[in-house]
Ligand binder design. Structure first.
Ligand SMILES: [Zn+2]
Length: 284
């Protein structure tokens, strides 16, 4: 059977969360107890991946001091955590344009500690993905550096119900400018704009040569309702769960539901593994 890459998971110590967010996570994460355990024990997490049938995982973090509570410290934490199994764990890091003095230098630093992709979370970081057009200069520096280095950038799209999230920034179409201005930058639209803006995400993935999307946070059994023409973008879709996010109870169950979809076997292989393996070669 095709190995699975889950490109969108979260493992971080709950102590880094703001109190209101911690409270929200306790209430809405079905796997909160396991999250706590895994954050201090990478081997336990790897066993969990084995049991779920996941070969490799993208561990996603974003610097979001105002809404979530994460400072730049999360980058170092995540790089260290993923170093426990560099062949299996793909570290995503984040540069918040409002909290760095030299954004390009911070991108370089993240690469030097083992970060393999950047994450932007506009509704939690409180700026639009195209805010560089309105004067947010460091954001342009981040995209330009990432493009030069061949570092993929994941941009959260779709609503967030975390306390304090601002969903005006969550629209996929705000990333259209990024595709126009940084055509060689690999952009992954997380969650495909779910649940309000799937059409925008689909349009952007088709329009821009290097724009991809992940399907994390979308109940797999509903995927083809949301994206009836998914097969047309089969080369640019990445499987992900968003575990342990709200409503994501079971990684193995999500994979089984995905495999049960009426998609051609080669399409399944591309989405479950091949596309992500191309963006994140295991040898690196
Ligand atoms: Zn996520």
């Amino acid at each position: 059977m095709t190995p699975v890459i889950d490109i969108h998971m979260h493992v971080l110590p709950p102590r880094m969360l703001k109190p209101a967010v911690l409270e929200f996570a306790r209430r809405s994460y079905q796997d909160f107890a396991r999250l706590e355990k895994f954050s201090s024990d990478p081997m336990a997490f790897l066993n969990f991946l084995d049991a779920a049938g996941v070969e490799r995982a993208g561990l996603v973090t974003s610097v979001s001091p105002e809404v979530i509570g994460h400072t730049a410290e999360v980058n170092d934490w995540n790089a260290r955590y993923c170093a426990a199994a560099p062949g299996r764990l793909i570290a995503f890091g984040s540069v918040h344009p409002d909290y760095v003095s030299d954004a390009a230098a911070e991108v370089d630093r993240l690469v030097s500690i083992g970060i393999r992709a950047l994450k932007l979370h506009p509704p939690h970081q409180l700026f639009a993905p195209n805010a560089y057009r309105d004067g947010l200069g460091p954001l342009a520096a981040i995209y330009a550096r990432a493009q030069n280095l061949g570092l993929p950038v994941m941009i959260h799209t779709g609503t967030s119900v975390f306390p304090g999230a601002r969903n005006l920034y969550a629209r996929p179409m705000l990333a259209d400018d990024v595709g126009v201005d940084y055509p060689d930058l690999v952009v992954i639209l997380a969650h495909g704009g779910r649940p309000l803006w799937m059409n925008e995400a689909f349009f952007l993935v088709r329009r821009h040569k290097n724009m991809y999307m992940d399907v994390s946070g979308i109940p797999p059994q509903k995927l083809l309702e949301y994206f009836p023409r998914l097969e047309e973008i089969a080369d640019k879709v990445l499987f992900g769960t968003d575990w342990p996010g709200p409503g994501v109870a079971d990684v193995r169950g999500n994979i089984e539901k995905f495999r049960a979809l009426p998609l051609r076997p080669e399409v399944q292989r591309k989405i479950l593994c091949e596309n992500a393996a191309r963006l994140f070669p295991a040898s690196k």
